[in-house]
Design a binder for this molecule. Structure first.
Ligand code: FES
Length: 178
């Protein structure tokens, strides 16, 4: 039985575009083959692969992975909505995460976040989760501890890590995006 996707999909922008290529099929089959006892265990690796390939995990990805692993769609969707790393909409070319856990919060993460939001001209839609600029260049969200609490506030720009990011440094990070 297939459960319709609705709960937890309010951040989703709709089905992902792009072809499921033979190379993608081959890669996913290879991942599944690593779990001969229970192919269900391949669900997280497949979610990572899907997100890397299509940019986010929308209803198409949830449906495809569920079918591949003989799972209910809700079993896949609950992972997408549980783990902050997975996203239900495309992020900007430059995606910023600002740590908001206590040491960073006390170190000024709120001011850093507000400065980034202003510089990127982002407006909150009232939902928890990433804000994305209209041109798709920037996106911004809070994260939990990024494991460098002694150098708060900490920011990730895509995969690059920045420490002690005050408002001035935040400005440099945005203007340095090319
Ligand atoms: S609290 Fe921000 S890095 Fe740990």
């Amino acid at each position: 039985m297939s459960i319709p996707l609705h709960a937890g999909t309010e951040n989703c922008v709709g089905p992902e575009k792009g072809e499921i290529t033979p190379a993608f099929e081959k890669q996913s089959d290879e991942l599944v083959s690593r779990y001969p006892v229970s192919k269900r265990s391949a669900v997280l690796p497949l979610l990572h692969l899907w997100q890397e390939t299509f940019g986010y995990i929308g209803p198409r990805g949830v449906e495809w992975i569920a079918k591949k692993l003989s799972l209910q769609e809700i079993q896949v969707l609950e992972l997408v909505t549980f783990y902050p790393w997975f996203r239900q909409k495309p992020y900007g070319k430059f995606h910023f995460r600002v740590c908001r856990t206590l040491p960073c919060a006390l170190g000024g993460a709120g001011k850093t976040f507000a400065a980034l939001q202003k510089l990127m001209n982002l407006k909150s839609d009232g939902h928890e989760g990433a804000m994305v600029s209209e041109d798709g260049r920037f996106s911004l969200e809070y994260s939990e501890c990024l494991a460098s609490c002694g150098t708060a506030p900490v920011v990730l720009r895509n995969d690059e890590f920045y420490e002690k990011v005050d408002e001035k440094r935040a400005s440099d990070l945005v203007t340095g995006c090319r």
